[in-house]
Write a protein that binds this ligand. Sequence first.
Ligand code: PHB
Length: 389
Amino acid sequence: MTLRLARTVLAAVLPFLALPPAVAQEPVKVGLILPMTGPFASTGRQVEAGARLYWNQHCQTVAGRPVELIVRDDAAEAASSRRLAQELVVRERVHVLAGFGLTPLAFSAAPVATQSKTPMVVMAAATSSITEKSPYIVRSSFTLPQVAAPMGEWAAANGLKRVVTLVTDYAPGLDAEAWFKKTFEAGGGAVVESLRAPLQNPDFSAFLQRVRDAKPDALFVFVPSGVGSSLMKQFETRGLKEAGIKLIATGDVTDDDILNDMGPAARDTITTHHYSAAHESPENKAYVEAFGAANGGARPNFMSIGGYDGMRLICAALEQTKGNTDGDALLAAMKGMQWESPRGPVAIDPDTRDIVQSVYVRRVEERDGQLYNVEFDRFDKVADPGKAN
Ligand code: PHB
């Protein structure tokens, strides 16, 4: 055998010697833990649909390995999130944990990620401190300080002087309340009252009566995705709109999933958020169309984009590691990653593992007979302000 032939033969067989075919074909497993039933099922549905869409389009195999999605329903029960995370890691041997529809659910599962050194991609939950609960957490959604701080700044700069805040009484609500107040008061405004409604079965009527009596220029609201409709209806029936009190909010309230059903009461609400189905870009037009086609015409909301981009983050990291699923290698690949999302340009802050993104100011308007969050102003490259202090 000539040396040249020997080299050719060696080159042909070497990849198989280094990596037996059986190992090369082993699937990469991603465990999605989401509230698929119960009061927050719309979050689970949207996140799963977003993640599946990206997987279908781009990620059924990566670096020669098939990618498997395993979905588990925690029904928004924190104890279930932790148990399911443990089961997925120990029994199913998943390489990545993902999903996490509400803050208490992400808090509960975080120790499992740390102990097993498994990357945990938080696709929905949005309390600032979540990424501090494990060095293996990376977030593809947003944080409440990231969207509430721009709202306070915008409100002060646009002539609002006296505002009452009303938030759901748990961690993301407290983040929204604190960061709206901080920037609104720094801009010269005053928060005259801070109200908190319970997470379970909230009845907003008594709170809204108090707001009416206080006669502020505006009411600032945060409620989690899915809860905005009842708030909006009562805002109108309690006569706040009629009394000239403006409604300003984080985009969780005018969630694209339910906005159309809110009817005219929602019109003119001003919100700040990182995603609108009406965002004007070729990437988003393609996303909205593909999402609708795959989901019976449904409109994607901000939860879906956390799932879509979270799946992209996982797949891009796997590509970078050439299919190596070691937790530390995947984390290193995710840190600093940037891409053009349907929501606009995004990046993973390598220090905080939070997402840096544009935050848009939007007004609810009718377009082609449907209600949309129409963007009219923008804050660029917003990092989570909750980490800086
Ligand atoms: C959360 O629990 O972190 C959460 C849930 C829904 C939202 C925002 C934050 O819309």
